[in-house]
Write a protein that binds this ligand. Structure first.
Ligand SMILES: *Cc1c(COP(=O)(O)O)cnc(C)c1O
Length: 766
């Protein structure tokens, strides 16, 4: 757009005659990319004043400014144009409105409390195979973000998708005028009302103003989980746009979770890793590069961009990669790595750059390259399409902070699952217990592995936050929360988590909270106390009252009823187990008789599955066995976790000396003593010290000498050929947690779950 046209569109007083063609609008000076065709809006906010950046932008080549006050430099800068307006933000919005009016295409406006960006991105994923979609970059949904988004409409745009968010009354009218949606999508209202709104009603009314001129507005069907509601909205919109049902379902099935964050991680060799897993497009690439440039720790490090092939609908690859090259140049990237056949084929687009550019056909190729091995002292921005598996680059770059690691064999987890599956009927569902961070192995990775296994019906964790973490990491299986806290109900609702209910107190509170949140039909799991005397309803006395309460509400639905054996691991409790089972059936039968739908039954834990397969009923709860330890005899099924470290230092110590605190490490001979970096702060039991247990060095037993310290302990390697840097196994296939547990009079569960979080988990598939 010519600057003179813009001046008249926004009713500005123009100072300066230069005839400039404007392609880019800028409100944040740090994001400057194409100075000669950029129009900078000097906006005043409570936090800052854009006018102070004009001089700097001028020196960087910007020649067009929208200002509220003509700055001093105007006099001496004859090649500039200043458009003076009363309010720069309003002018920006006005300009976007005029731009919008040029397009007679469907425009989808999205608002609501949660899920806006997810719905926007999913609609993009579903529609972009057939049409050129223009959408808000990331969550550009504010008074400034919306006009910048709408400015992105261009001649090829066939549909626009824009999200709008407000923080106080009066803002939505402005956004409505800019977006002018023809189709509205309302993702729902969060349970809290923000400080600037008097009530939920007011907030709803304000948000609804976005749809003032929409012919059609979609809302999710009531009662759906957040995730299902987002999918339902996409389904409805695509159907409205004429997409055939089979195509819709096919594309819904392929939707990828939306990661909204740029992750920053410390890497090795002085590298800082910025991981951008957000959908790849030019806008978000620019934003990520701005983010890189703004990192305070960037000084003295070179900027590296690693980018994969990007498929962008409606733009020819040549043009696209030329744009990328321009961005690379403008953002001062010093080293550019392109990965993928397409970007490699367009290497010529990058010929003119000052940056050093290299291209690799595959991620593996790059990982094996000299360039990767030599990467030092850099800020590395990593941005790749999912199928290029750039997480491998991140993993390889990550710093090993603590030399002690817990190696987790995910293949063995599946093998153990199959071991227990062999005791079960094919239609018995398995609830995999991933509480306590999957018994120390890491709940997220273990759950990702289990998620794709048939017969796994549920994942179970102890508290709501553990469930939320799984959901945020793309786990979609039903999740049971064994010990929901009273303060966590909103988390349950938001993340579609299914709580265990064990008392009237929690039942009443949950019903009240769910009713307040307008929830109906939320699945819950009723726990009976049949002999553990920990948590649960008494099946012999409390069923009538429980049934009565459940029947007089619609917020919750009993999905399952269960109890827990106290001694399925030992034959000596068989008689008591039978009594527990009898009591359980009394309660389960009573509840079932009161409801028309089938209520799932489960009681067996790992030991129970093997010992009482006849009591498997509808589901079983598999815990310890999944992690490779058979609770029946403490044998190893398939070893999952190996706790490993390396020798820090070796001392030759005279027999007359002692080792460690309080001189507890008495020696009987001249010895070689190795120090290893694990201590009680890593969860390593102090009782292992003073020869009670041993580690393995090159396969041989090295007893602990003296007291275990906080971060370090000592082992006797007198008879073991070894040197500093050698590996030490603390537990694993050759030295089982069961054996260590015996030495200090505890159970393997405690050994596994004690390994502290500062010990890095490393995963592999054998
Ligand atoms: C932890 C737990 C299990 C799993 O027990 P394992 O002995 O590890 O198989 C089963 N049910 C409940 C209620 C639990 O809390």
């Amino acid at each position: 757009m010519r600057i003179s046209v813009i001046a008249s569109l926004i009713g500005a007083r123009q100072a300066g005659e230069a005839d400039i063609n404007i392609n880019w609008l800028l409100t944040d000076s740090r994001s400057l990319c194409f100075p000669e065709s950029t129009l900078f809006f000097a906006i005043r906010t409570p936090r800052g004043d854009g006018h102070i950046y004009i001089q700097d932008l001028y020196s960087r080549g910007v020649r067009a400014f929208v200002v509220e006050e003509i700055p001093e430099i105007a006099a001496s800068s004859g090649d500039c144009v200043f458009l003076q307006v009363e309010n720069s933000l309003t002018a920006l919005q006005r300009l976007a409105e005029r731009k919008r009016e040029e397009y007679n295409i469907p425009i989808i406006g999205i608002t609501g409390s949660n899920g806006k960006t997810t719905v926007k991105e999913w609609l993009y994923q579903m529609l972009s195979p057939d049409m050129t979609v223009t959408r808000s970059p990331r969550s550009y949904n504010s008074q400034i973000g919306v006009p910048l988004s709408v400015w992105g409409l261009w001649e090829k745009s066939q549909i626009g998708i824009f999200e709008a968010a407000i923080s106080q009354p009066g803002e939505m009218e402005a956004l409505e005028r800019i977006i002018q949606p023809t189709i509205g999508v309302f993702t729902g209202l969060g349970s809290a009302h923000q400080e600037n709104f008097q009530s939920m009603e007011q907030k709803r009314e304000e948000k609804m103003k976005l749809f003032a001129h929409c012919k059609t507005v979609f809302m999710p069907k009531p009662g759906l989980s957040a995730l299902e509601a987002d999918r339902d909205l996409c389904r409805q919109v695509c159907r409205h746009l004429g997409m055939p049902d089979d195509v819709i379902e096919q594309r819904l099935a392929q939707l990828e979770p939306i990661a909204m964050r740029l992750e920053v991680k410390q890497g090795r060799h002085g590298c800082m890793i910025i991981n951008d897993s957000y959908n790849s497009d030019l806008n978000s690439l620019g934003i990520a590069m701005d983010f890189m440039n703004r990192r305070p720790d960037r000084a003295n490090r070179q900027r590296v961009l690693i980018l994969s092939d990007i498929l962008q609908s409606g733009v020819p690859p040549m043009m696209f990669y030329e744009h990328v090259a321009q961005l690379v140049q403008m953002r001062g990237v010093e080293s550019f790595i392109g990965i993928g056949p397409q970007i490699s084929a367009h290497a010529a687009c990058f010929d003119q750059l000052q940056a050093q550019c290299q291209f690799y056909p595959s991620t593996e190729g790059y990982l094996q390259s000299q360039a990767f091995a030599m990467l030092r002292d850099s800020v590395v921005l990593i941005k790749g399409a999912r199928r290029f598996h750039f997480e491998k680059i991140t993993q390889a770059l990550e710093q090993k902070v603590h030399e002690t690691i817990l190696e987790v064999n995910l293949r063995a987890v599946v093998d153990n699952l199959n071991y227990y599956r062999s005791f079960l009927n094919s239609n018995t569902r398995i609830i995999c217990m991933v509480k306590a961070d999957a018994y120390g192995a890491g709940a997220v990775e273990v759950s990702k592995t289990l998620q794709s296994q048939t017969q796994v019906g549920y994942l179970a964790v102890a508290v709501a936050d553990e469930g939320a973490l799984l959901r945020s990491n793309g786990i979609t299986k039903p999740i049971m929360i064994m010990n929901p806290e009273m303060t966590s109900f909103d988390t349950l609702f938001e993340y579609n988590l299914e709580p265990e209910v064990y008392s009237f107190r929690i039942l009443d509170a949950l019903i009240r909270a769910a009713e307040r949140a307008g929830i109906t039909g939320m699945p819950i799991h009723i726990k009976l106390d049949t002999g553990m005397h920990r948590l649960g309803f008494d099946p012999e006395t409390e069923m009538p009252r429980l049934i009565e309460k459940l029947q007089h509400q619609t917020a919750l639905v009993p999905r399952s009823i269960f109890s827990h054996f106290v001694g399925s691991d030992s034959d000596s409790f068989d008689q008591f187990s039978a009594e527990q089972y009898r009591r359980y059936l009394v309660g389960a039968d009573a509840l079932q008789a009161a409801f028309p739908h089938h209520i799932l039954r489960h009681m067996d834990n790992s030991a129970g599955i093997e010992h009482f397969p006849e009591r498997q009923m509808d589901m079983v709860r598999l815990g310890l066995g999944l992690y490779g330890i058979n609770p029946r005899d403490n044998s190893t099924i398939n070893n999952v976790s190996t706790l490993k470290t390396t020798i820090l230092q070796i001392h030759d110590v005279k027999a007359s000396e002692t080792v460690g605190y309080s001189r507890r490490g008495q020696l009987t001979r001249d010895s070689r003593i190795a120090a290893i970096p694990i201590g009680y702060a890593d969860g390593w039991d102090r009782l292992f010290g003073n020869g009670n247990a041993y580690a393995l060095v090159n396969g041989q037993k090295a007893p602990y000498v003296g007291n275990i310290c906080m971060d370090v302990c000592m082992i006797d390697v007198t008879d073991i050929p070894c040197q500093e840097g050698d590996h030490v196994v603390l537990f694993g296939a050759e030295l089982s947690p069961s054996l260590l547990a015996e030495k200090v009079n505890t159970i393997p569960y405690e050994i596994l779950t004690s390994v502290s979080h500062r010990v890095k988990r490393v995963y592999y598939h054998e």
